[in-house]
Ligand binder design. Structure first.
Ligand SMILES: Cc1cc2nc3c(=O)[nH]c(=O)nc-3n(C[C@H](O)[C@H](O)[C@H](O)COP(=O)(O)OP(=O)(O)OC[C@H]3O[C@@H](n4cnc5c(N)ncnc54)[C@H](O)[C@@H]3O)c2cc1C
Length: 233
């Protein structure tokens, strides 16, 4: 599908949300992803397309993706930064099954590592738009406080949120370190019906999935979504 780049929002020093207006209304479910194509000259070997979770919610005016920039950045990310309002891009049709369960009575634990927060932003925005309340505990792990984004949305959706910061400042009064399976179970006390969603870099998701299973959480209660291993999410 074709879409027109509208503008970007600076969420944090190195994180931006890019807003696009699709040519036609797009059907998607909160939590799904798309693929963005950005042809450019002298592309590095990572190429000209990337998967991105759609961070907006289905009724939003714009379809958005949210991404983190590093130094050095791939040529793709450099090209993304060069977009001007009115530029046309191509997006794949939304896909993926990292979405909310149909049964709205199921308690949910959302675990996010870094930019893995994007699908939850979509889901929580959608719930807030629909005034639908679900029992949700969000565990959001970041490298440092500056990378915490979307707090307004968590508040609007009344998700009980715990922030875990790996390299906090001296002033940080909350949870510290990396998120572990023990951490998840200690902080959230899931009951037997709870579904645990995990989204983030591949090594984090794989480790948590393995360790939670070892601690007795059946695989059927885990829903995972990982971003491949290009570090620094
Ligand atoms: C289903 C799915 C959903 C996804 N959703 C999101 C999402 O919502 N948001 C998101 O940001 N990503 C998402 N991703 C990941 C995304 O597709 C990219 O893989 C990711 O953003 C990394 O982008 P990049 O390769 O352009 O690298 P960059 O982001 O530019 O860099 C990543 C790392 O590689 C290093 N690097 C980059 N270029 C070079 C180079 N030439 N030489 C040496 N080191 C270099 C950087 O310094 C940095 O450490 C998703 C992936 C999948 C599969």
């Amino acid at each position: 599908m074709k879409a027109i780049f509208h503008d970007f929002i600076k969420e944090a020093e190195n994180i931006r949300t890019f807003r696009f207006k699709p040519e036609h209304p797009v059907d998607y479910i909160a939590g799904q992803y798309t693929e963005l194509f950005l042809p450019h000259e002298n592309a590095d070997d990572r190429g000209i397309k990337r998967w991105f979770t759609i961070s907006s919610a289905p009724f939003d005016e714009y379809l958005t993706i949210t991404t983190k920039f590093s130094d050095p950045s791939s040529t793709f990310k450099q090209q993304l930064l060069k977009l001007k309002p009115g530029d046309e891009v191509n997006l794949a049709e939304p896909m993926g099954d990292f979405v909310l369960p149909k049964d709205n009575a199921i308690p949910l634990i959302f675990v996010a590592g870094g930019i893995g927060i994007t699908p939850y932003h979509s889901m929580l925005s959608w719930l807030a738009q629909n005034s639908e309340h679900r029992t949700i505990r969000l565990l959001y792990a970041v490298n440092n406080e500056d990378e915490i984004i979307f707090q307004d949305t968590f508040n609007k959706a009344a998700a009980h949120t715990t922030l875990v910061v790996n390299h906090p400042s001296d002033e940080w009064g909350g949870e510290r370190g990396l998120i572990t399976a023990d951490h998840i179970l200690k902080l959230t006390e899931p009951d037997k019906d709870t579904l645990i969603y995990i989204s983030g870099p591949e090594p984090m998701v794989e480790t948590l999935e393995k360790d939670l299973t070892k601690l007795g959480i059946p695989k059927t209660r885990l829903v995972t979504d990982f971003f491949p291993n290009y570090t620094s999410y």
